[in-house]
Design a protein around this ligand. Structure first.
Ligand SMILES: O=C(O)CCC(=O)C(=O)O
Ligand SMILES: [Fe+2]
Length: 313
């Protein structure tokens, strides 16, 4: 009511993929993706190259992973936030480069020294397919701006990380429990999927928290700070959070496509004009990430504005 719905796009029709680049269907969908990223900073997408049964299997496997003893889960850490098991208002594992088979295998062997081939295969295969989906969306955005060449020169210089999350159902029904506090993602793009337990909310441009009701089988896509900065603020990285209610645990799986370590984000000159004066200075994305992590637990107002504070002109 008054509040525009989060757009729901369907990549299944015509089996949209990179092979369709340049076709009318591709151009039409690119325009819709870009509009969603400008207006909402997020959208829902149906994508059947990742079949439903694979997603369902993945959720069962996540349950088994989080059911492992705490001592086993804690073995997974290299001392950094990005590659560790973390436990706060939720539990999560950050796995950079899970799309590489040896990385998926090393993670699996640490959790199941006796072996768990099917977990390893699902982790690797789901991550790779979600990475492919993020490439399709990124290429659509670049084509809609007519800036395909920037795929090779800057945004194509990327790496991915997977985050596996379990949110416990709240102990009481009195108040929704915090799953994740409001934040923007530092990524270029984030692709999320989850079990049937809802709870994701996005802050609209006019300042209202809007529940994102995710239909079965859909993925949620968020624009991250790196893409907001690169696009000179034309695309928008919205704040989002997770609030838990009800009696069931929520499992989610995110793929974060980010600039590779050391890559600079620089607004292309084509996106600067009198109507769109330059909003962000060039910056090294990994330096921004350090700044972001150092300020993660400060007040909400600051969290909202981290990109602007760091790189705004
Ligand atoms: O679990 C979710 O749906 C959202 C997770 C999220 O926002 C994040 O990990 O950045
Ligand atoms: Fe997020």
């Amino acid at each position: 009511m008054g509040e525009a719905q989060i757009p729901h796009l369907d990549f299944c029709v015509g089996a949209l993929g990179l092979e369709q680049k340049g076709t009318e269907e591709w151009k039409d969908m690119s325009k819709r993706v870009r509009e969603a990223c400008e207006t909402h900073g997020c959208f829902l997408v149906a994508y059947d190259k990742i079949p439903m049964h694979q997603r369902e299997e993945m959720i069962v496997k996540l349950e088994a992973l989080f059911d492992l003893p705490e001592e086993t889960k804690k073995k997974y850490t290299d001392g950094t936030f990005l590659r560790s098991y973390l436990r706060n208002s939720n539990e999560s594992f950050g796995i950079p480069d899970a799309t590489m088979f040896d990385v998926a295998q090393a993670f699996t062997s640490l959790m199941w020294p006796e072996g768990n081939t099917s977990f390893c295969e699902t982790l690797h295969s789901m991550s790779s397919k979600m990475l492919e989906l993020s490439f399709i969306i990124l290429e659509m955005i670049l084509s809609s701006f007519g800036l395909e060449k920037h795929y090779e020169s800057d945004l194509g210089n990327n790496a991915s990380s997977v985050r596996l999350i379990k949110y416990k159902a709240p102990l009481t029904n009195d108040q929704p429990a915090i799953g994740v506090l409001a934040h923007t993602d530092t990524s270029i793009l984030t692709i999320l999927c989850q079990n049937e337990v809802q709870g994701l909310e996005v802050l609209s441009k006019d300042g209202n928290w809007v529940p994102v009701i995710i239909p079965k089988g859909c993925f949620t896509v968020f624009v991250g700070d790196a893409l907001q900065a690169w696009s000179n603020g034309r695309l928008w990285a919205p704040n989002h959070r997770v609030r838990m209610s009800g009696h069931e645990d929520r499992y989610s799986w995110g793929l974060f496509l980010s600039p590779k370590e050391g890559t600079s984000i620089e607004v292309p000159e084509e996106l600067v004009d009198t109507d769109h004066p330059l909003r962000y200075r060039p910056f090294v994305h990994s330096d921004y990430l350090s700044f972001y992590l150092a300020n993660l637990n400060t007040s909400h107002e600051v969290q909202d504005e981290l990109l602007k504070i760091y790189a705004g002109v």
